[in-house]
Write a protein that binds this ligand. Structure first.
Ligand code: PMP
Length: 296
């Protein structure tokens, strides 16, 4: 995948520069230690023009991640949102994925940074991802211990765990992995939160060992709006094998149906599931269409 071409422009430290000309310092703390934070945001060609989906929530999470990590970030949420619209405009993008990154300057010591950079870039993507229903395995990797590192923050270095889990799942012939927390409860995917349906109720783990996903929050709001019962609770693997349906959810891939877990197929055909209703509703919301499109 090429993330940029000759004419791509990105935002870097107060300026719009060509991606091909942008430079970074090889002695940066983020490059060496993973001590930086980032976001992943989607823009859509909606019925009301090009719109960032939940941009304020994403930049509030970026600010919070910086605060939790002790990385100073000078920009306000409003400034970051406006800069992101400019990145889209300057690159003539509509359906796109946006990657803001806050990274630290040269410092080989294990101390707080003095130089902090902000980069915002974007690349085109499909309006809705066309992923096949996922065949999921249980990862041998746990999610990071929340007492060892702040899992609530979207920290670059935490994605080593995600890469290990994804690589293992693919090597074993699966599409993705599902990770447990340090207590053996189901947590989330390498880059997505997890929900399952059983007997007319949706379940998802509480935000203890997981990234508090913005898509997860949107799904919870959809359930409330559609009056679909939903419970946040800790649960073990055994419960999952009884599930009627399940999905992963994230900004990038939206809602991805799960076909099987460790080769065991889930109970209901996807099209009859509550999960499918949630996916269709989500697709309408990101395009600024109303809930009523799916209810009628
Ligand atoms: N968990 C992890 C570990 C992730 O990387 C992501 C993707 N950012 C998510 C959950 C989903 O978060 P969001 O819905 O905010 O994209």
């Amino acid at each position: 995948m090429n993330y940029y071409h000759q004419d791509t422009v990105l935002f870097l430290d107060g300026q719009f520069v060509k991606a091909a000309d942008a430079k970074t310092d090889l002695f940066g703390q983020t490059l060496h230690y993973g001590y930086g934070v980032f976001e992943g945001i989607r823009s859509y060609e909606t019925v009301n023009g090009v719109k960032l989906f939940k941009a304020y929530a994403h930049y509030e999470r970026l600010k919070r991640s910086c605060q939790l990590m002790g990385i100073p970030l000078e920009y306000s949420v409003e400034e970051l949102v406006q800069l992101t619209y400019q990145v889209l405009e300057r690159n003539d993008l509509s359906n796109a994925y946006i990657r803001p990154l806050v990274f630290c300057g040269p410092n080989m010591a294990l101390t707080s940074p003095s130089e902090v950079s902000v980069m915002i870039t974007a690349w085109p993507c499909e309006q809705h991802p066309t992923l096949k229903p996922a065949r999921v395995c249980i990862s041998s990797f746990q999610r990071p211990n929340p007492k060892a590192v702040t899992v609530e923050a979207k920290v670059c270095g935490l994605y080593v765990n995600s890469i290990l889990a994804t690589t293992e799942a693919k090597r074993r012939g699966f599409d993705d992995g599902l990770l447990l927390d340090l207590n053996g409860f189901v947590a989330e995917g390498p880059g997505a939160n997890f929900f399952y349906e059983k007997d007319g109720v949706m379940y998802t783990p509480p935000t203890e060992s997981i990234l508090p996903g913005i898509t997860r929050k949107t799904v919870i709001d959809i359930c409330r709006e559609l009056e679909l019962p939903l419970e946040e609770k800790f649960f073990r693997l055994e419960e999952l094998f009884e599930a009627d349906s399940a999905f992963f959810c994230s900004t990038m891939n939206e809602i991805v149906a799960i076909e099987s877990i460790e080769r065991q197929t889930l109970g209901k055909p996807w099209r009859d599931s509550m999960s499918n209703l949630i996916r269709e509703t989500y697709r309408n919301i990101v395009l600024d269409k109303s809930y009523s499109y799916v209810i009628v």
